[in-house]
Write a protein that binds this ligand. Structure first.
Ligand code: DAH
Length: 340
């Protein structure tokens, strides 16, 4: 009995000294294990009288239960403390400055395209998408530019290895696609897209650029409609005070044809390097759809008429934002792109 009490007292003291889970588990082995001190103490039962034995047995069980309860309690406390310490040691310092993220931006061409869509959308024109890879037939023939015609020189072309297949040099072939789809209904569409030209790249010319074509076909459409509509576009795009002029020109797919100039907003028409000292900036080509082109689209030119136009998106963006070199558009230089 005495020795059991001693074992209990020492074990309880030892339990308090165990400061980690590992130490506590060692304590458990030494005290409550198969060869632990409690087990050894039970062996003294042989020295007791038969009357004392049941009392001793009961006492043993009490000691075991008490110690193992204390062990469980201590184990839980130590585990919790270890977890707390671990969490304290591994916290993130959320006050550290983070890595800067760069939000995306809209490319100046896209920005300009969207503005053009909005204006023409307000005027009742729908966006019609057409292909980048075209046939000679659509890019030239059906637009009244036969193979022998010198006007072909106006469009230096990227041909593919397949004869008659090329990269479109302008968005005008989309006119024919639209007419084939809509005929005999009236048409009000704009045709945006990338165009490609086999040209020397300079500050003013790129081998790829966007155009927005426009096409209106219906009955009784006149040159007055062309002028009024394009003038309205120019005022919406460049401001209500915009001065403009229509200048006669030649395109094989329109007759008559005209180019639209707006007064140079840099010098106010006095003449400067941007307008090459003319006071005017060219923004688009246009004209009344040629009867042959109407016929190629399926419309009878005796009953239908229409106007068409085509503008260079990067050129308009250059005018609007004062960009002096078209090569910036595809150079992927963030110093340029971040300004929009
Ligand atoms: N396709 C012409 C070009 O790329 C631009 C153009 C001029 C389009 C007159 C038209 C137009 O629809 O009527 O130079």
């Amino acid at each position: 009995m005495d020795s059991l009490d001693t074992v209990y007292t020492e074990a309880t003291a030892g339990l308090q000294q165990a400061k980690t889970v590992t130490e506590l588990e060692a304590w458990h082995r030494d005290v409550l294990g198969r060869k632990g001190s409690v087990q050894l103490a039970t062996r003294t039962v042989g020295q007791l009288s038969p009357e004392e034995r049941p009392v001793f047995g009961k006492r043993i069980n009490e000691v075991k239960r008490s110690l193992s309860d204390a062990y469980e309690e201590r184990l839980a406390a130590l585990k919790a403390a270890e977890l707390r310490a671990k969490m304290a040691a591994e916290t993130l310092d959320v006050t550290l400055p983070g890595r800067r993220s760069y939000p995306g931006r809209v490319h100046p061409s896209t920005l300009t395209l969207r503005e053009i869509y909005r204006i023409w959308g307000d005027m009742g024109f729908q966006v019609y998408r057409s292909r980048d890879v075209e046939s000679d037939e659509y890019n030239f023939e059906l637009l009244n530019i036969p193979a022998h015609h010198p006007a072909r020189d106006m469009w230096d072309t990227f041909h593919t290895t397949t004869p008659g297949v090329l990269l479109r040099t302008h968005t005008s072939p989309g006119q024919i696609h639209a007419m084939h789809e809509y005929c005999p209904e009236p048409i009000r569409v704009i045709l945006p897209g990338m165009c490609y030209r086999y040209e020397q790249i300079t500050a003013r010319a790129e081998i790829q650029f966007h155009q927005v074509e426009g096409l209106a076909v219906g009955q009784n459409i006149t040159l007055a409609d062309l002028k009024g509509t394009l003038a309205d576009f120019a005022r919406r795009m460049f401001g209500p005070e915009t001065q403009m002029r229509f200048r006669a020109n030649y395109f094989p797919f329109t007759e008559p044809s005209a180019e639209l100039d707006i007064e140079c907003f840099l010098c106010g028409g006095k003449g400067c390097p941007v307008c090459k000292y003319t006071g005017w900036l060219e923004i688009l080509g246009s004209g009344m759809v040629h009867p042959t082109v109407l016929r190629n689209g399926g419309y009878d030119p005796a009953l239908y008429s229409g106007f068409a136009f085509g503008m260079g998106v990067e050129r308009i963006a250059m005018l609007k934002y004062g960009i002096e070199d078209i090569r910036y558009f595809w150079a992927n230089d963030l110093r340029f792109l971040e300004q929009f």
